[in-house]
Structure formats: structure tokens, C-alpha cells
Design a protein around this ligand. Sequence first.
Ligand code: HQG
Length: 180
Amino acid sequence: MNKLEELSKEISYALRHAPWEYELEIDQEGWVPVEQLLDALHKAEKWKNIGEADLKEMIEKSEKKRHELKDGRIRAFYGHSIPMKILKEEKMPPDILYHGTARRFLESISENGLLPQSRQYVHLSQDIETAKKVGKRHDNKPCILIIDAKKAWNEGIKFYLGNEKVWLADTIPSRYIKMM
Ligand code: HQG
């Protein structure tokens, strides 16, 4: 892992899972003042020279679009697990979305649908390639699930925008899920 990847990982941890460990005041949309984050990072020897330009570079060079920096604030686009629910923008999804998962979860998913588990939202992928990558984190031969997002949305299931490749939902009942 290079230094920017390491920084991205630590910032994801702070913004998604443990803002209190860094004394960050996070708002309902997940925003944190950049100064607060930098002050917290500067306490660690390895991040003592980090500045806003490094955060910008981290975001630009990252393979995934995980963070957004705007008007002196920074937030994670998705992935949160903190008790306070992060409000996401509701949006009409594409007709089909995908979800990459492990073979060992299939039985439970077909029974209970997709649940957020330890996160605040279920994470869905815009394309099969992305879903495969997500699934590989859990299983070397991941399964790709096809979500009938159009039907779900028409029947009242809410979808939210993560980034351009990641969509979020509260839960996805199994009647909208097919195996690829
Ligand atoms: C599974 C990464 C049993 C679900 C990725 C998944 C993504 C169930 C696992 C983002 C279930 C949760 C999120 C049920 C769901 N029974 N298992 N009823 N419902 N599951 O890591 O979606 O690199 O919390 O299929 O790329 O894998 O961190 O979610 O396998 O975008 O930026 O429970 O995190 O992004 O696993 O990944 P996770 P995820 P970053």
C-alpha cells in the first residue's frame, strides 16, 4: 500500500466508522471540517505534514471515488457504520443494479433479502465489473446478484446515490433479486 492509499484507508475509517476517535464533529450528511480532520491527523507522526492539497491528491488518485472535498469540508460517499444515520440523497436508480457477494451468504440473502449488516445501507453496484470487485473482498469466486431496481423503485423501495458507481438502499427484499 502506498502512502496515499494508507491515508485514504485511515480517513475512511475516521469518517465512516469512528469520528469520535478523531474528535470530529460529523453532520447529518457526513461532512466534517477539513481543519478538524487535519488537526487530528497531525497528532500522528506519519501524518504531521499532511495538508489539504494531499487530501485532494488522495481523492484524485484513488481508484474508487470514496471521498468528497468541498468548501472546506470532507465526507465519505458511502460505507458508514456510525450510530447516527447519514442522510443520503434519494434518487431514481438505473433499471438494473448488481451486488457482488460470497457464496456462503446466498442462502441467508434468498431468505432475508439484502440487509445492510454492519453498515447503514445496502451497497449496490452500477455495473458487473464493480460488483465483481466488491464480491471478491468476501469470496475468491463471488456471486453476482441482479437487482430489479426499476421494479423495486416502482413499488416504493428507496434508492440513494453513493457515488457514480455505488448505489445505496435500506434493504432489498429477495423478490427483486436474481442470481446471475
Ligand atoms: C452480505 C467497499 C447474509 C453482503 C465495497 C456483503 C463496497 C448478507 C456483506 C462497500 C445479507 C456485507 C460495501 C444477508 C447482505 N445474509 N449476508 N441477509 N445481506 N449480506 O463489506 O456491499 O473499498 O459491509 O452481500 O467496494 O460488500 O471500502 O458490504 O457481502 O462499495 O470503499 O453482507 O465497501 O468499498 O459486507 O461493500 P460489507 P459490501 P471500499
